[in-house]
Design a protein around this ligand. Structure first.
Ligand SMILES: NC(=O)c1ccc[n+]([C@@H]2O[C@H](COP(=O)([O-])OP(=O)(O)OC[C@H]3O[C@@H](n4cnc5c(N)ncnc54)[C@H](OP(=O)(O)O)[C@@H]3O)[C@@H](O)[C@H]2O)c1
Length: 262
C-alpha cells in the first residue's frame, strides 16, 4: 500500500481525503498546523493514520515540516497539497508575506522542492476561481491591493501557474503532478464575521459535503498523467491568465527568490 501525505488533513476536504485514503488501506500522514487537532483527527479516522504537525505559514516552518517528513518517509507515493486559506483581511506573516500567498502558493512550491527526491506524485488542490485571479509579481506576495473577495483567487492562480512548470521539471524523474478544483464544498473555508459571513454560512447549507470534494481529489491520487487541470472529475484546459507562460516563469522565479531569502 502507498504512503500518502495530506496537508490540512484535520478538517474539511483534507479530512475527508485522509478518511478515504485510510479506508483504502494506505498509510496516511495527516498534516495539521495544530498538533492536538491533528492527533484528534487521526484518532477519529483510525487505520494507519499518523498525525504530523506542520504549519505552512513561514518558510522556516515549512522547512521543519519537510525535515520531519523526510525523517518519517522512505518515499512519498503521493503528496496532496490541500491546506488552503481564504483571507478576510490582509495579514502579513513573520516573513512579511500576505498569509494566503504564503499558505496557498509559497508553501506547496517550497515543499515540492524540499521533498522532490522522495516524491512519486503530487495532487495540487486548486480552485476554479483562479480564472478571476491576477498574479502580480512583487505585489500579490505582500497583499498590495488586498481584496477579501479576490486575493484568494490571485494566490490560487500563482500556485496553478507553477503546476505545468513542475510537470516539466519532473518529466525525466517520473514524478507527476495534476491540479484539481474539488467543487463548491461546505467547509469552513472563508468563514468570517459580519453580514458577509452570515450570508456565506447561509449559502453553504446547499453546497456539497466534504466527501464529495474529497472524491475528486482521491481519484487523482491514483491517476496517470501530468501537468493537467481537472474541474472535479473532468480534465479541462487551463484558461486565461493560467496560460501566460511568461507570467508563469516570473511567478516561479519570484517564489524561488522569496523562499531562498527566508
Ligand atoms: N470548499 C470549497 O468550496 C473549495 C473550493 C475550491 C477549492 N477549495 C480548496 O480546497 C482546499 C481545502 O479547503 P477546505 O474547503 O477543506 O477548507 P477548510 O475546511 O477551511 O480547511 C482548510 C485546511 O487548511 C489548513 N490550513 C490553513 N492555514 C494553514 C496553515 N497556515 N498551515 C497549515 N494548515 C493550514 C486548515 O487548518 P486549521 O484547521 O488549523 O485552520 C485546514 O486543515 C483548499 O486548498 C481550498 O482552497 C475549496
Amino acid at each position: 500500500m502507498s504512503i500518502m501525505v495530506v496537508t490540512g488533513g484535520n478538517r474539511g476536504i483534507g479530512y475527508a481525503v485522509c478518511e478515504r485514503l485510510a479506508g483504502d488501506g494506505h498509510t496516511v500522514l495527516l498534516v495539521a498546523r495544530d498538533a492536538e487537532r491533528g492527533r484528534q483527527a487521526a484518532a477519529r479516522i483510525g487505520g494507519d493514520v499518523q498525525a504530523v504537525a506542520g504549519d505552512l505559514t513561514t518558510a522556516e516552518s515549512v522547512r521543519r515540516l519537510a525535515a520531519d517528513l523526510l525523517d518519517r518517509c522512505p518515499r512519498i507515493d503521493v503528496l496532496v497539497h490541500n491546506a488552503g486559506l481564504w483571507p478576510a483581511r490582509r495579514v502579513l506573516t513573520e516573513d512579511g508575506l500576505e498569509e494566503s500567498f504564503a499558505v496557498n502558493h509559497l508553501a506547496p512550491f517550497l515543499l515540492n522542492h524540499l521533498l522532490e527526491d522522495r516524491l512519486g506524485r503530487v495532487v495540487q488542490v486548486t480552485a476554479g476561481l483562479y480564472v478571476k485571479g491576477r498574479a502580480e509579481p512583487g505585489r500579490t506576495a505582500v497583499g498590495a491591493a488586498f481584496s477579501p473577495m479576490r486575493t484568494y483567487a490571485d494566490t490560487k492562480l500563482c500556485n496553478l501557474l507553477t503546476v505545468p512548470l513542475f510537470a516539466e521539471r519532473w518529466r525525466t524523474a517520473g514524478i507527476t503532478i495534476d491540479a484539481v478544483h474539488p467543487g463548491v464544498i461546505r467547509t469552513g473555508l472563508g468563514d468570517r464575521r459580519g453580514p458577509l459571513g452570515w450570508l456565506l454560512r447561509a449559502a453553504k447549507r446547499s453546497w456539497a459535503a466534504p466527501e464529495e470534494g474529497a472524491r475528486h481529489v482521491v481519484s487523482l491520487t491514483g491517476a496517470a498523467g501530468t501537468g493537467r487541470y481537472f474541474d472535479q472529475d473532468r480534465q479541462v484546459p487551463l484558461q486565461g491568465p493560467a496560460l501566460d507562460a511568461d507570467l508563469a516563469r516570473r511567478v516561479w522565479d519570484e517564489a524561488e527568490a522569496l523562499a531562498a531569502a527566508r
